[in-house]
Design a protein around this ligand. Structure first.
Ligand code: NAP
Length: 283
């Protein structure tokens, strides 16, 4: 039987882990889809969307720099994509394109897997870029009591504050502010690229983590390296930690459910996905 095409588009896209995750699950479940990768310049997003419809694609994922442009290009938008102002998953069905965003659900699922429910909790989020938007708004939807968003450009954090005024507080990214937030936080999440492989820039000072509430969970959206300085410092202080791999895997599984209509048993597929990713990341 001919397989329905799926892919990830991006620029760059050669290091994307999406094909490994998706194809491992598709093989494991015996679903008739094949997932590839397509290098695509920002100027070509609209043309690719038309081409994908014509070629009978079941859908595609989008990474930088296509996520924002797709908001205006798809025929319909799901609620999270509208709220996050970004599309990471396009489902093509009956000649229509539906823009979705599974990043927030992926993040939330990773937290739940760690036994952390945001309801009634205080959270500090470092950064207010695209990924932070999904994380912060999903935490607010999931009932977090207070979310401190600390960002270098505080106006960007204020944009988030305007969405959920009662729960979100915009703050500057300053040592004393981070310390004060840490005192009350059950969860601290780094959504900045500081500490990422091949990205210049590290935290000048991580001692704000000394003031973090006991047993607070510390997450980094970065998964390469597997342990950033930020996570290492938190771990040394005795905090449970999680890198960005869980979010990456879960956002992919939510996307795959949308593409295929299948309900994925996460416990069944995760060992196979993790084993394949381990091989790939070592290579
Ligand atoms: P982005 O839109 O460019 O936002 C980056 C944020 O980090 C901005 O708020 C920026 O502050 C802040 N920042 C950057 N350099 C900084 C520095 N030196 N000091 C203080 N703040 C700094 O990027 P993004 O798309 O949100 O991605 C952020 C990170 O999340 C990346 O590492 C990405 O790989 C990761 N990510 C992971 C997943 C996953 O599934 N695990 C998914 C998406 C993203 P300003 O506003 O002041 O510029």
């Amino acid at each position: 039987m001919e397989k329905t095409k799926l892919c990830v588009i991006g620029d760059p896209v050669e290091h994307s882990l999406s094909p490994v995750i998706h194809n491992t699950v598709l093989d494991f479940l015996g679903l008739p889809f094949a997932y590839g990768r397509v290098q695509m310049r920002a100027a070509d997003t609209a043309a690719f969307l038309r081409q994908a419809k014509q070629e009978g694609y079941g859908g595609f994922n989008a990474t930088m720099p296509h996520k924002t442009a797709l908001v205006e290009l798809v025929d319909e938008l799901e609620e999270d994509a509208r709220l996050f102002r970004a599309v990471n998953t396009v489902v093509l069905r009956d000649g229509k394109s539906i823009g979705c965003n599974t990043d927030g659900d992926g993040f939330l699922q990773m937290l739940l897997e760690r036994g952390f429910s945001p309801e009634g909790k205080t959270v500090t989020v470092l950064g207010a870029g695209g990924a932070a938007r999904a994380v912060v708004l999903k935490l607010a939807q999931a009932g977090a009591l207070r979310i401190f968003v600390c960002n270098r450009t505080v106006e960007k954090a204020r944009e988030l504050e305007r969405e959920f005024t009662a729960q979100i507080t915009a703050l500057p990214f300053e040592a004393q502010v981070l310390r004060d937030c840490a005192l009350f936080s059950d969860l601290m999440v780094n959504t900045t690229p500081m500490g990422m492989t091949n990205v210049a820039g590290q935290f000048d000072d991580l001692s704000f983590l000394d003031d973090l509430k006991q047993n607070a969970l510390v997450c980094d959206l970065i998964y390469s390296p597997a342990e950033t300085e930020f996570l290492r410092y938190a771990k040394e202080k005795g905090h449970p930690t999680a890198n960005g791999l869980g979010m990456l895997i879960h956002q992919a599984l939510f996307a795959l459910e949308k593409f295929t209509g299948a309900e994925i048993d996460r416990e069944a597929v995760l060992p196979a996905v993790e084993a394949e990713l381990k091989k790939k990341m070592k290579a």
